[in-house]
Every structure is written in structure tokens, then in C-alpha cells.
Design a protein around this ligand. Structure first.
Ligand SMILES: Nc1ncnc2c1ncn2[C@@H]1O[C@H](COP(=O)(O)OP(=O)(O)OP(=O)(O)O)[C@@H](O)[C@H]1O
Length: 281
């Protein structure tokens, strides 16, 4: 019997509210009943402008934002109401890569220590952990001697490779990637995105890939969900959503994405303006 669950992640009608600040203020509802799912080995791109709720959804999946209503399931199991201890036990399987490789790595630890620490904590023997680190550095295309160096000795792109290697340490089935290439220059972005795809092909890991950048989402995603003001306004196959969007907000988002050709840029600006009244906020 095949017991592999059809989905690695299911987000079901999730509401997240942030606590009120000040005496009369009401809680702020950042997610209004959001649903999405991710299959094993799949990348779902979550796209939307700043403040639409993308990071909040990623944080809810990671257990860093409390779910007010609805539920989140990982491999069929409800994970939206776990104790801190149960959450820690799950940390091997759901990992994260954040936007900023400059602050997400401990500056006082060598890359080798950054990568061996999670393995040692989970009970791996030192010799096997060191062996695994050599394999991880190779997977993310960093030289073996990177293990002896500190994060500050690397470029932004190389640091993000270290962050990816750390996320891969314990062979997760899902990685929440929160704007993982936004802090990098364009050519470095392209190489790091290729690495994400390559790793997925090799390991079968699934990604929830959060970005405000449509060209990035188009490049890595199988399916795309578009967020606007705490709601998913459109979702579907990446080629359909990015190539022929149905929702007026998605169309505007597409037209707002920068393109290098000034003639096309002007044409898109005009089309965007013509869409404005229909999609007035
Ligand atoms: N800790 C918090 N307390 C109160 N409100 C918050 C908190 N974190 C986020 N918000 C609000 O929730 C909304 C969604 O924010 P979120 O960071 O999820 O959006 P985003 O789409 O990821 O934006 P960005 O791309 O700028 O990070 C915003 O209005 C934001 O101000």
C-alpha cells in the first residue's frame, strides 16, 4: 500500500491576527482564511506586494505566528497547534531560508560549525556530521575549505548557499523560502535560483517560495498563488497565472514587473493605467 501523503503541506482557511497595540485598537487580521497546498517535490510560489501577508503565511507554517482560525497540516498531520516541544521535533522536516544571508548566520561561528551544529544536536556522531557537511558544501557548490571560514569572509550569494546548506542539513521535506534571493544582485540571483531547482531535482524537497518578484516566481514555481491584502486572489499553474492572469490585481502586478525594453515598459504602463479603475482599491 502506498502511504505517501498526497500533500506535504495543506493550509486550510487560515486566519492570523496580530494582537492589538494600544488600548482601543482591535487585533489586526493579516490573513483572512487562506488556503493552499503543496505536493511532495513541488514548488508553490507565493507572490504579492509588500504587506499582502506572504511572510505571515510563511511564519504560520513555521509555527512562528499563531493561527487564529483554520488549520495547517504537514504530511496529513495538524501542525498549527503544537507545543514548543512538538514543534522542535518537526524542525528537521520543515526548514527555512530567509532573505538576508548577512543576519541569518551566526557571525561568530565557522561555516563548518554552523552546519554541524544541527546534526550534533539531533544526535549524529561528529565524524558522520563532518562527512555530511563535506557533502552539503559540495551540493551547494562551495569549496570544502569553506568549512573553516567565517560567514563574513563570503559574498552575499555564497552566504545564501551556506544558509541553503544549513536548511538541507537534516534532509527536510519542505523549505519555506522567504525572499531568498531579494538581497542578491541579478546574476547571483539567477545562480542561486538554479541551485534551488537543482537541489529539488536531486532531493525531492518541496518549497513554499515567497517573493514579491514575478520573474523569480515564474522561474522556480510549478504553481503560483497570488496574495492581496491577506487573501489569495488567484492560484494555478505557474505558466497560466503568470502568462494569462484572470484576476485584475494579478494583471496589475504582472504589468508592474520591470522589463528591460523601454518601449515595452511604456506599453505596460499604459495598459496598467487602463486597468486601474476596474481594480480600484
Ligand atoms: N508582528 C506584527 N504585528 C502586527 N502587524 C504585523 C506584524 N507582522 C506583520 N504585520 C502586518 O501584517 C501585514 C502583512 O505583513 P507581512 O509581513 O506578512 O506581508 P508581506 O507580504 O510578507 O510583506 P513584505 O514583502 O513587505 O515582507 C502587514 O500589514 C504588516 O504590517
Amino acid at each position: 500500500m502506498n502511504t505517501t501523503p498526497a500533500h506535504v503541506l495543506e493550509v486550510d482557511e487560515v486566519v492570523v491576527e496580530y494582537a492589538a497595540k494600544g488600548r482601543r485598537a482591535r487585533p489586526f487580521r493579516a490573513l483572512h482564511g487562506v488556503s493552499l497546498d503543496i505536493r511532495p517535490g513541488e514548488t508553490v510560489g507565493l507572490v504579492g506586494e509588500s504587506g499582502s501577508g506572504k511572510t505571515t503565511l510563511g511564519r504560520a507554517v513555521l509555527g512562528l505566528a499563531a493561527v487564529t482560525e483554520g488549520e495547517i497540516r504537514y504530511a496529513g498531520r495538524v501542525i498549527s497547534r503544537l507545543s514548543a516541544r512538538e514543534r522542535r521535533a518537526l524542525s528537521a522536516e520543515i526548514q527555512v531560508v530567509f532573505q538576508d544571508p548577512y543576519t541569518s548566520l551566526n557571525p561568530a561561528m565557522t561555516v563548518g560549525d554552523i552546519l554541524t551544529e544541527p546534526l550534533l544536536v539531533s544526535g549524529t556522531a561528529r565524524a558522520s556530521a563532518e562527512e555530511r557537511v563535506r557533502g552539503l558544501l559540495d551540493q551547494v557548490r562551495l569549496p570544502a575549505d569553506a568549512a573553516h571560514r567565517l560567514p563574513r569572509e563570503f559574498s552575499g550569494g555564497q552566504r545564501q548557499r551556506v544558509a541553503i546548506a544549513r536548511a538541507l542539513c537534516r534532509e527536510p521535506r519542505l523549505i519555506v523560502c522567504d525572499e531568498p534571493v531579494s538581497a542578491l544582485d541579478l546574476s547571483t540571483q539567477a545562480r542561486v535560483l538554479e541551485l534551488f531547482v537543482e537541489i529539488q531535482e536531486r532531493t525531492g524537497v518541496a518549497y513554499l517560495f515567497i517573493t514579491h518578484d514575478l520573474s523569480v516566481v515564474r522561474c522556480v514555481s510549478h504553481r503560483v498563488a497570488v496574495m492581496h491584502r491577506g487573501r489569495i486572489v488567484e492560484s494555478g499553474e505557474a505558466t497560466a497565472v503568470t502568462g494569462d492572469p484572470r484576476d485584475p490585481y494579478t494583471r496589475r502586478l504582472m504589468l508592474a514587473a520591470p522589463v528591460p525594453d523601454p518601449e515595452r515598459q511604456r506599453e505596460r504602463r499604459e495598459r496598467r493605467r487602463s486597468l486601474m479603475p476596474a481594480a480600484a482599491e
